[in-house]
Design a protein around this ligand. Sequence first.
Ligand SMILES: O=C(O)C(=O)C[C@]1(C(=O)O)C=C[C@@H](O)C=C1
Length: 260
Amino acid sequence: MGSNGIDRLSLDSIRQILVDLEDTIIFSLIERAKFPLNSPAYASTNNNPSLPGFYGSLMEFLVKGTEAVHAQELPSAAASVSVNKNIWDSYVNQFLPLLASKGDDGNYALSVAADLVCLQASNTNQVPNSHLLSSFWSRIGIELSVVLGQFCAISRRIHYGKFVGETKFRGATEAYSAAIRAKDRETITNLLTDEKVEAMVKQRVKKKSMIFGQQVTLNDTNNSSNFKVDPSLVSRLYDELVIPLTKDVEVEYLLRRLDN
Ligand SMILES: O=C(O)C(=O)C[C@]1(C(=O)O)C=C[C@@H](O)C=C1
C-alpha cells in the first residue's frame, strides 16, 4: 500500500463500497424484472408521440447526453474515462432480454425508469436535457428526482474502477509506471487482476440474489428455488459486463495516470 496515508483510498475500503453497491444493483434488477421486456421502448425507430421532435427510442431520449463524470477529486486522468455507452449497449442488447420476461405490458416509461435506476450515473447536473425530462416525467406522473436521484448502480460501480486503479497505482507505483510508459495494456491488466477476488464477487452476488430475491410467503410450502431474479444471471452480469468494464475503466484510467 502507498505511504501517503490516504485511508479513504485504501483498497479494502474501496472494495467495501463495491460490496455495498452489489445490494443496490441487485435490488434495482429485482425492480426491473417486475416488467416484461417492453421492447418498443428500446427500438430506435420508434416514433413515440410522447416525444415530439425526437427521433429515437424512449430509452435513447432519456439517456442522451447523460454521460456522467465521476471521481472529480482524482487526477485529471479520471475525468476522461467513461464507458457508459458500452454499459448501455451490453445491458439493453445482451442482458435485458435475459432479465425480463418476454412480452409487452405497455409500461414503457416505468420499464425505462427502472433501467435508469439500474444503470445510469446519478449526477443530475450533468443531464443536459433535464428540463425536457422533467416535463416528460411530470406528464406521466413520476418525479424526475425519483428516477435520477437514486445513485444508479451499475455505472457507478464500474466507474469506481478509477478509485481502484488509483489505489493500486499507489500500492505498486514502479511496476505500474513502467507498464504505463510502455502503453502496455496487457501488463497493466495482469497487474490489476485478482482472480480470487473476482471469483468471490461472483459467488457473493449469486448468494445475495438468492437471499434478496426470495419469494416471501407465510406458509411453509414456499418454493425457495423461485427467485425474483435468477441468481446465476446476476453472477453472469458481473462476469461478462460489470467486472470486465470495471477493469477497462481501471486500465484506461491508469494509461492516463502519468499525463500532466
Ligand atoms: O477488487 C479489485 O481489486 C478490483 O480491481 C475490482 C475487480 C472487480 O471488478 O470486482 C476487478 C478486477 C480484479 O481482478 C478484482 C476485482
